[in-house]
Design a protein around this ligand. Structure first.
Ligand SMILES: Nc1ncnc2c1ncn2[C@@H]1O[C@H](COP(=O)(O)OP(=O)(O)OP(=O)(O)O)[C@@H](O)[C@H]1O
Ligand SMILES: [Mg+2]
Length: 403
């Protein structure tokens, strides 16, 4: 224990007035700015599809898709807020993120609550909750625009009966009407749907293309103006964030995240300017977090193969080969008492890890002994340890890995 008391007071004072941020919260991912550059076309088209509701007719259902971070959620929320302002009490929208609200019951329960019905957290049958939703909606006599964001999660979790129900609900309503706005970044999602749901959901379709580097620069500039004190960003900072994110499929969330993290790092270091080296540090931090999440999500045997590679790496084995990994892997499965997969499968797993960028496998010739792969780690030892740490099935194996 250190004998010197930490001067928390001084630390907090230093952060009380930021020399960097004017309004940091404006860079957080959930904030929806009132101006969304380079999305005029999407805003206009969504507005056009939904506008009939203002004169009392049901808008077509809309299906919105595009890669991650292309502004789908931001644009949809923006357009619906504007529409609600214009429309008065007859039009309401409900926003549901299906990643968090991922069962039919919970989706319908939220809709029922939105029209003033009480629904317990569990306990009713789904059909009873449907019934309450319809009763509540008819009583309100209104147009309800239902946004199902990340809608693919519903189908993945077998919650797609809610889509059958919602795409047909208007047949059961007399004074109210429902339109659905489905959003996804899973471009194959539509293929998994029942044909009738698909055609109903896709009455109108809206595509969000990835942002280019220049477009991301404009967006970042606009958001930075409100979030930072004047002159704190070195000139190259925004172009660098934009260029990195443009390479990752034009992901605006990544661009903003880089900018925010870089500024946080600068602030933590007590600097008054955000520089490109802070962006590089932020990039490393983000990549590390991505690698950790990726490893955490891997199936057990993939983790075990990776653990085997890590052990060989720590033993400073000069040339790590497929055969060497298989031997080490076999020892690991014996120790934790699970059935091994075949050598062929381990070899496939090594290829998968290579494709994911976790390791680098190079084919080398062994002369007359044929060929093998020489394997190196592509992410840091600490990220791998962090990623494997939480898997309890690895048990005390973990202690050895951590040492
Ligand atoms: N044109 C824009 N102008 C300003 N900010 C934007 C713009 N487009 C996206 N953003 C911001 O970028 C981030 C990501 O956008 P958004 O959440 O809308 O992406 P998405 O397409 O819904 O991604 P996902 O498929 O991962 O949900 C948000 O913080 C959003 O505010
Ligand atoms: Mg989204």
């Amino acid at each position: 224990m250190s004998k010197v008391a930490v001067n928390l007071g001084a630390l907090f004072d230093r952060f009380k007035v930021s020399r960097i941020f004017k309004r940091r919260e404006l860079l957080l991912p959930d904030y929806v700015p009132s101006y969304l550059p380079h999305r005029d076309q999407q805003i206009y088209r969504l507005g056009l599809v939904l506008a009939p509701v203002l004169s009392g007719s049901r808008p077509s259902n809309v299906f919105i898709y595009g890669l991650t971070g292309t502004g789908k959620t931001a644009v949809t929320k923006y357009v619906l807020r504007e529409l609600e302002k214009k429309a008065g009490s007859k039009v309401r929208y409900v926003y549901i993120n299906c990643r968090h609200t991922d069962t039919s019951y919970r989706v319908i329960a939220e809709l029922a609550q939105a029209v003033g019905q009480r629904v317990p957290f569990t306990g009713l049958s789904t059909s009873e909750v449907f019934r309450r939703f319809i009763t509540g909606l008819e009583r309100k006599q209104r147009f309800l625009l239902v946004v199902l964001d990340e809608i693919d999660y519903l189908v993945k979790k077998k919650g797609d009966d809610v889509l059958y129900f919602l795409t047909r609900i208007n047949d059961q309503l007399s004074v109210s009407k429902v339109s659905i706005i489905g959003i996804t970044n899973d471009l194959r999602f539509m293929d998994f749907l029942d044909a009738r749901v698909r055609s109903s959901l896709g009455e109108e379709e809206l595509v969000f293309p990835p942002y280019t580097s220049r477009e991301l620069e404009d967006i970042l500039k606009m958001r930075a103006e409100q979030a930072f004190h004047p002159g704190v960003l070195e000139e190259e900072v925004i172009p660098l964030c934009a260029a990195i994110a443009a390479r990752q499929n034009g992901d605006c969330r990544l661009a903003l995240d880089l900018l925010l993290k870089a500024a946080d790092i600068a602030e933590r270091l007590g600097e008054v300017k955000v520089r490109t080296e802070h962006v590089r540090m932020a990039q490393k931090e983000i990549e590390k977090n991505l690698a950790i999440d990726l490893i955490k999500s891997m199936p057990l045997h993939v983790k075990l193969v990776l653990a085997a590679i890590l052990i060989l790496h720590k033993k400073k084995v000069k040339v790590i080969t497929t055969g060497g990994i298989y031997d080490q892997y076999t020892k690991l499965v014996q120790r934790i008492g699970v059935e091994p997969v075949t050598q062929r499968r381990v070899s496939d797993i090594i290829n998968e890890l290579d494709m994911l960028g976790v390791i680098n496998a190079q084919v080398v010739s062994l002369g007359r002994y044929g060929r093998t792969k020489r394997i190196k780690l592509s992410v840091s030892e600490s990220s791998i340890k962090e990623g494997l740490k939480e898997d309890l099935t690895l048990g005390d194996l973990w202690i050895e890995l951590a040492s």
